[in-house]
Design a protein around this ligand. Structure first.
Ligand SMILES: C[S@@+](CC[C@H](N)C(=O)[O-])C[C@H]1O[C@@H](n2cnc3c(N)ncnc32)[C@H](O)[C@@H]1O
Ligand code: SF4
Length: 448
């Protein structure tokens, strides 16, 4: 039997989708996506994800689809492509769909100049029926966030921001090429709030080079002084075979698995002590925040941006590398900007790959998403909704016995619960239901 540390050192996906992205294939392309869009029932609510794959400087830990640009011209020409894609997609799907949620991610959407951001937001509103109370969220790099941009965000109707912080210590910041004094973060949050954008999430990280429990504690304590509604506490996923720039990080300076566990435990304790509710794998929210309310009422979902209160049945991804999730399956746009440009210029949907969901995939996706969101699942209930006998999952229950002995899961008949203090292990429990994993050559990050 494997030890607890060995189990937590297993590499498993983070399950922002099921099947996971390495199982997307080119058999699902533009024509399938076009069919799926046409099949969406009229007035089905939609969510939009807009990807901006550019940054000013490269953080060496970065696992996102982004590129450093030194001039604005590639960004300006990319904006044209986004507008064309929005027009193409709304022409195919029909513009009668209400949009309940917009998310700008990256990269750094705040690298756009303020006028361009306003124009793009206006273009979205003219292409789709954006609901009056829609959530409009933007990922913010506080370094270089100008007053003009803050005004533009507020005027465009942005009502939620997610701010990259990671760690406030200069030693850690130097080791990842991201210099961001605490003052920069504080000023950004205060100014965003003063402009009326009250819903604030901060991203902090553990497992970074040179990082200790003391650094994590100091970062959480400093952020608590600003009382954001939500924290995302991400474990650094070191995957230099996929992201070559991560080789700039000296692997000898990375915390061990047991250090990572201690760092997350400290963050967890500090946040719970300060009144935040732990949510899923890595989020914490104040009880009055919409994410805490969604978690309590069982309406929390998980998508490519992580945990979300967005309940729209279809998410359309716009921009290079963006991933869409439709009732029929997943699609991903061409990640390479020049190839994305070629396709858009030829007036084609820029879909590079995807996966169509089988009936079996849908049941397993529901189990995995339920586990990732609420740390518990009733297999018999989900099986019966799909016309299956609970015994369908007998092999998984048998496979979970080892995790149960390690304390990672409590098995009660067909009900599974991951204990609150073992939430990092939820990925391991979810992975037992992943039919694709054993055939996978993809290498993922540590489970904690
Ligand atoms: C697109 S960035 C956020 C916005 C902006 N670009 C910034 O960094 O301030 C998304 C977040 O993903 C997290 N992240 C990036 N690379 C990661 C990695 N390799 N492992 C875990 N989390 C990562 C960071 O916390 C980062 O804030
Ligand atoms: S973490 Fe954010 S700012 Fe840093 S390189 Fe990645 S996307 Fe850009």
């Amino acid at each position: 039997m494997m030890s607890r540390a060995e189990l937590l050192a297993l590499r498993v996906p983070r399950y922002t989708s099921y099947p996971t992205a390495p199982h997307f294939h080119t058999g699902v392309g533009a024509s399938t996506y076009e069919d799926w869009l046409r099949q969406l029932p009229a007035r089905l609510p939609l969510s939009l994800y807009v990807h901006v794959p550019f940054c000013d400087t490269l953080c060496w830990f970065c696992g996102c689809h982004t590129k450093v640009v030194n001039t604005y011209s590639p960004v300006a020409s990319y904006l044209e492509l986004l507008r064309s894609e929005l027009a193409l997609v709304s022409a195919i799907a029909g513009n009668g769909h209400p949009v309940t949620h917009i998310h700008f991610g990256g990269g750094s959407p705040t690298l756009l100049n303020p006028r361009d951001f306003s124009d793009l937001a206006a273009h979205i509103r003219s292409s789709f029926l954006v609901e009056r109370n829609a959530e409009f969220a933007v990922e913010i790099d506080p370094r270089g966030l100008s007053d003009e941009m803050i005004t533009s965000l507020a005027e465009a109707g942005v009502n939620r921001v997610s701010i990259g912080v990671q760690d406030i210590d200069p030693l850690v910041q130097r080791a990842v090429n991201r210099i961001q004094p605490f003052e920069t973060t504080r000023t950004a949050i205060e100014k965003l709030r003063a402009a009326g954008i009250a819903n604030v999430n901060v991203d902090v990280m553990y497992g970074l080079p040179n990082q200790s429990v003391e650094h994590v504690n100091a970062t959480i304590e400093a952020m608590l002084s600003l009382r954001p509604g939500r924290f995302a506490v991400f474990g650094y996923a070191h995957v230099p075979h996929m992201k070559r720039h991560m080789k700039l990080i000296d692997a000898d300076t990375l915390p061990s698995t047991s250090d990572r566990i201690a760092q997350f435990d400290h963050a967890h304790r500090a946040l719970v002590g300060a009144g935040y509710l732990p949510i899923g794998l890595d989020h914490f929210a104040l009880p009055e925040d919409s994410m805490a309310r969604a978690a309590t009422s069982g309406t929390l979902s998980r998508n490519f941006q992580g945990y979300t209160t967005d309940a729209a049945p279809a998410l359309l991804g716009i921009g290079a590398s963006a991933i869409g999730s439709l009732p029929q399956g997943y699609v991903q746009n061409e990640p390479d900007v020049p190839r994305y440009r070629q396709l858009i210029k030829a007036n084609k949907l820029p879909t590079a790959r995807g996966v169509a969901l089988t009936a079996e995939d849908k049941v397993r996706r529901q189990i995995i998403e339920t586990l990732m969101c609420s740390l518990r699942v009733d297999l018999a209930a989900i099986a019966s909704e799909s016309g299956l006998a609970p015994n369908h999952f007998a092999a998984e229950i048998a496979a979970l016995r080892e995790f149960a002995l390690a304390g990672f899961v409590v098995i009660d008949g067909w009900k599974l619960t991951v204990p609150d203090n073992e939430r990092s292990a939820v990925r391991l429990v979810a992975a037992v239901f992943d039919r694709y994993l054993e055939h996978s050559t993809a290498r993922h990050a540590l489970a904690v």
